[in-house]
Write a protein of this length. Structure first.
Lengths: 307, 408
């Protein structure tokens, strides 16, 4: 064997035996998988956004799609609506989830049954749940209008999905209904992990219930609250089925969020290139939001001294 | 030994070629057919069975897909380079498919062209060619619940003008406290279709099929939109949450006194209701009109057996086969059957007379390159007047007309 071959073999053996190589070897399948299902579609979306891809093929058109999107006078309204939708829906889910978790954490006979009863909105397939809500919001046959008429609040049928504001807030309510159980369950799990010693010590020192909640429960479950808020924000931002089934983005675009707008452009209108531009806007805005949020998260963690 | 080897080699090559030829032949003879609407009608199945019998080796793989996803499926498959052989779909898709070179133009001989009702072939023509065989056709009429009208103290006679229709609806609303008319304004295709029924009854038009010029911005359209807004005041609560089939449910529950529907409507109403179907009333600038809406069979390009697919499409839409479908399904006659069939189903029928007489004064579904964008624009305009947003009727029409230019 020549000295060149010996040197090569020795280098190869060193590489194979190194920790880094072993680590890369273990990571490789997952990395390849991630690249296939996340990286490649993202690269392809970026490429498509510079084309006029549609039913008849595609041609490179430079930044034309971006110019068109930024000069679209309706688009800023859609972006604003999307953030408002996300802020409102996530806030309600967090507040209701926290209240729900507190109630379910109370030592009570039959507590397990109550905990199970919280789950159906999360367990029921979303499409079926939304169709149920379609009937609830129906002004002529729905239970909501019926009850309100019975109580004398409405003097006739009212179609909740027919008007700008009522359609938007109806969609928010349905989204909160679907999303709250998961938040509740996560908060409940976090609350159960808080040491009872802390509560007992505070109780002995004369701390009130509110004080204990504010100074023990909240700081102790803060990492879970912040993580859930971020996840919920991303899911709500991209929430599609609820709005699509209830209103398809209408009336007059009142419930059109960025993801609905992207779907309408890319899939319903077969403008794959222009749709890809909109999809990238969703990715970029969510990335910026997540980055800002993580910076905030670090600051809050420092404030509450959470590692 | 050499002879043995040569024999083996030739046998293998021969067998390979035989299999390859067989495979190509089988592939060439397998027609994939997407049928929008979720079912294959018995009349169509009969033609397909006869076609298979007369073309040994030809297989027809039928896929019945509901309307909601059907057209998207056919178009996406074609765009992805895996087209079906032929598809039965809305004629409004043809212009875009033709322009993008995804379907092949069809030839309809002059003697066959003469068989069609007036205006039908305009629904499949674009760029000087026919892009599909019209296979289903509907016109619309105003259905009136006579029980409700009489209860409100009126005679059950169809109104001839928009003003008459409005007054009738208003009387029902004032006297019975329920909606006088069913109005649709949901984000849905039949919202635009419903509006076009009124537009064509007022001498209006969306696009000139001959010159491809957008003609929506006209006094006739403004009048029509204003009337649509006026009807909202005597219609059911929240028209923007309703499409046609939902309004039909209200009609069956006696929550609206009249609404516009196709000839199938008569068979979908409760038997206990006393109803009549009358022509859509005329607007101040027009005569009784209707939307002429067709669905067609299109033959896709790039399958390698377009000729066989074309033959099947032609067989399905030929005079007698088409008559079987129209009569069994209860569609407005797509051809002038009285010229070659004795006593067709619509002759001597007062019900069918309403749907057939309006054909001559009807207008086609507008042919645009991007029909979904057009539908969305038109619905936005209609919802604007119903919700009182976006300015006056004239403003809404002007905005929609300007935006339509992009999609023609």
């Amino acid at each position: 064997m020549s000295s060149k071959n010996l040197a090569y073999n020795s280098l190869w053996q060193r590489l194979v035996r190194s920790h880094a190589f072993y680590a890369w070897l273990l990571i490789a399948p997952a990395a390849l998988f991630l690249f296939t299902i996340v990286g490649w579609p993202l690269i392809e979306t970026v490429r498509l956004s510079f084309t006029n891809a549609g039913l008849g093929g595609e041609e490179y058109i430079g930044f034309y799609n971006y110019e068109k999107l930024f000069s679209n006078r309706k688009y800023p309204g859609i972006v604003g609506r999307t953030f408002y939708w996300m802020f409102l829906s996530v806030s309600l889910k967090m507040i209701l989830g926290l209240i729900g978790a507190l109630l379910l954490n109370v030592k009570l006979r039959g507590r397990a049954a109550f905990r199970v009863l919280v789950m159906p909105p999360w367990i029921v397939p979303m499409a079926i749940g939304c169709i149920g809500w379609l009937w609830v919001y129906n002004g002529h046959f729905g239970i909501l209008a019926g009850v309100l008429m019975h109580l004398g609040i409405l003097d006739g049928p009212f179609e909740f999905l027919a008007y700008r504001n009522s359609a938007f807030y109806s969609a928010v309510i349905t989204d909160v209904w679907v999303g709250t159980p998961m938040v509740t369950v996560f908060f409940l799990a976090a609350m159960q992990g808080v040491s009872q010693d802390l509560y007992e010590a505070a109780y002995v020192d004369g701390a009130s219930r509110w004080y204990r909640f504010r100074r023990i429960t909240i700081p102790q479950i803060m990492p879970v609250i912040l993580t859930m808020a971020l996840l919920s924000a991303i899911w709500t931002f991209n929430s599609f089925e609820i709005i699509w089934i209830l209103t398809e983005g209408g009336p007059r675009g009142a419930t059109t969020t960025m993801i609905i707008d992207t779907y309408k452009m890319a899939i319903a209108n077969y403008k794959f290139g222009y749709g890809a531009t909109r999809a990238l806007m969703v990715v970029m805005l969510l990335a910026i939001f997540s980055l800002l949020y993580l910076v905030l998260l670090n600051k809050v963690n420092e404030r509450f001294k959470v590692k | 030994m050499n002879i043995m080897k040569k024999t083996q080699r030739f046998t293998l090559i021969g067998a390979g070629l035989f299999l390859l030829t067989g495979l190509i032949q089988v592939q060439a003879q397998e027609l994939k057919f997407i049928m929008c609407g979720g079912e294959v009608r018995a009349a169509d199945q009969k033609v397909i069975d006869a076609f298979k019998a007369s073309h040994p080796g030809v297989k027809v793989d039928m896929q019945a897909v509901p309307w909601g996803t059907c057209q998207d499926k056919s178009m996406t498959l074609a765009a992805a380079g895996d087209p079906v052989s032929l598809a039965y779909m809305g004629s409004r898709t043809l212009k875009r498919l033709g322009k993008n070179n995804l379907i092949v133009p069809v030839t309809i001989p002059e003697k066959d062209q003469e068989k069609y009702q007036p205006g039908i072939l305009k629904t499949v023509s674009s760029m000087g060619k026919f892009w599909g065989f019209p296979h289903a056709f509907s016109t619309k009429a105003l259905f009136i619940n006579c029980g409700m009208i009489e209860k409100a103290g009126m005679q059950c006679v169809g109104p001839h003008t928009w003003e008459g229709m409005y007054q009738m609806a208003k009387t029902v609303k004032d006297k019975l406290g329920v909606a006088g008319v069913g109005l649709v304004a949901k984000d849905f295709d039949n919202t635009m279709h419903q509006f076009l029924n009124y537009l064509y009854s007022n001498g209006g038009q969306v696009i000139d099929p001959d010159t491809n010029k957008v003609t929506l911005n006209s006094p006739q359209t403004v009048e029509t939109l204003e009337f649509y807004g006026k009807l909202a005041s005597v219609a059911q609560e929240g028209p923007t949450a309703f499409e046609r089939s939902q309004v039909k449910d209200l009609f069956n529950d006696e929550k609206v006194a009249m609404y516009i529907d196709g000839p199938w409507g008569g068979g979908q109403h409760k038997k206990t209701l006393k109803t009549i179907a009358v022509p859509i009333p005329a607007g101040p600038s027009g005569n009784n009109g209707t939307l002429l809406i067709t669905d067609s069979i299109a033959v896709f390009k790039g399958t390698g057996h377009e000729d066989v697919a074309m033959e099947l499409a032609r067989a399905l839409s030929s005079g007698n086969a088409q008559y079987e479908l129209d009569s069994s399904w209860g569609l407005t006659p797509i051809m002038k059957y009285e010229t070659f069939i004795d006593n067709p189903y619509y002759v001597n029928s007062s019900y069918w007379k309403v749907f057939v007489d309006s054909i001559g004064s009807g207008g086609p579904e507008p042919m645009f390159l991007e029909y979904k964008s057009v539908e969305s624009l038109m619905n936005n305009m209609i919802q604007g007047i119903v919700m009182g947003e976006g300015g006056s009727a004239a403003d809404l029409v002007a905005t929609a007309a300007a935006e339509l230019e992009e999609f023609k």
